[in-house]
Design a protein around this ligand. Structure first.
Ligand code: FES
Length: 342
């Protein structure tokens, strides 16, 4: 084995080459070379540092638990905070290198501006940032926030648009138990302080124009809402298809919001789907039965410039990726953000 190998980091806005010594991870070598990569935990659990090996040999040590699925590994995905280069390699990254300079990570104390229940189990949390703080993000990114009164941190994508820099909105599923769920259900009040770190992540709109296919499971709708604002501002004429699914009709939220967006974005088509319609389906007659994957059609990916954006639980993402590949979509046009257990 050579003592070091070149690794070509192919960002969406250009390629940077780093030399990676044996025993050094790609992330460590990139940091040493002054090349910034999206990362967070640095221990292989958050999944934010993922890249896809187009050629070469990047190896992650065996015998550890990682946030990558087997099929993702088989497709060449690697966590760059864990990977070592055993040959000259090329790694595709889903974001522009300029993004990390444009949207620097900050840590600040935000204040709760509003807590609004959007349905039986989803809350919209609005956070206000201090006037003195300069915060900007790319639609699709997320932040970490500390649950008040605890040392627990949780990650949530912004649902608000990237032009809104002082008031951020998040849609959060309230579960029967859990630090953030307990806080939202029993204690959250306007004016509470919430420590926040971000923006984080490389999920976001592709640079090249074309139709968009957005597939959201549950509160995976949040980054799609943010990206829709960007597309609306860009006044693109390309079709935008949004597929939004929940397990039960009672879990759905923001249907009025989606209707409103449809009325002022004529190129936006929305499909809402639930696995278990039950008797609750009556008040929402446009809802399909199934899941966000089962309602995909060849027409959704017919245009060769279509980019797909996926956000939701791991099983939905896996199913959607498999289906999109079956429908002929190239892997590099599929962009995914996965919910991981806290
Ligand atoms: Fe979290 Fe690599 S930085 S998995």
């Amino acid at each position: 084995m050579t003592t070091e190998n070149n690794v070509h980091l192919k960002f969406t806005d250009g390629t940077k080459t780093i030399s990676v010594p044996a025993g050094t991870t790609i992330l460590e070598a990139a940091n040493a070379a002054g090349v910034r990569l999206v990362s967070q935990c640095t221990i292989g659990t958050c999944g934010t540092c993922v890249g896809r090996v187009a050629c070469g040999d990047l190896v992650m040590p065996e015998g550890r638990v990682y946030s990558l699925r087997q099929d993702e590994m088989a497709a060449g995905h690697r966590l760059l905070c864990q990977s070592h280069a055993f040959a000259e390699s090329e790694v595709e990254l889903d974001y522009p290198a300029a993004m990390l300079d444009e949207y620097p990570v900050i840590v600040t104390a935000a204040k709760v501006g509003a807590v609004t229940w959007l349905g039986e189990s989803v809350v919209e949390l609005q956070l206000k940032l201090p006037k003195s703080v300069r915060f900007s993000f790319r639609a699709g990114q997320y932040v970490r926030m500390r649950v008040p009164g605890t040392d627990e941190w949780r990650s949530y994508s912004m649902a608000s648009g990237e032009r809104e820099r002082k008031k951020l909105a998040f849609t959060i599923r309230v579960l029967p138990s859990g630090a953030m769920s307990d806080y939202l259900r029993t204690a959250a009040a306007v004016g509470d302080q919430i420590d926040l770190e971000g923006p984080i992540g490389g999920f976001g709109l592709a640079d090249d124009p074309g139709p968009s296919l957005m597939i959201a499971g549950g509160t995976g709708l949040a980054p799609m809402l943010s990206m829709l604002e960007t597309l609306q501002t860009a006044r693109t004429d390309f079709p935008i298809r949004l597929v939004f699914g929940c397990t039960r009709a009672a879990d759905l939220f923001h249907l009025d919001e989606l209707d409103a967006r449809r009325s002022f974005m004529r190129n936006l088509g929305v499909r809402v789907v639930v696995d278990e319609p039950g008797n609750e389906l009556a008040p929402v007659p446009d809802v399909l039965t199934g899941n966000p994957v089962s309602v995909l059609t060849p027409e959704d990916v017919a245009h060769p410039q279509t980019s797909a954006y996926l956000c939701g639980p791991p099983a939905m993402l896996q199913g959607a990726e498999v289906r999109l590949l079956e429908l002929g979509m190239p892997a590099e046009r599929i962009h995914a953000e996965q919910f991981l257990p806290s």
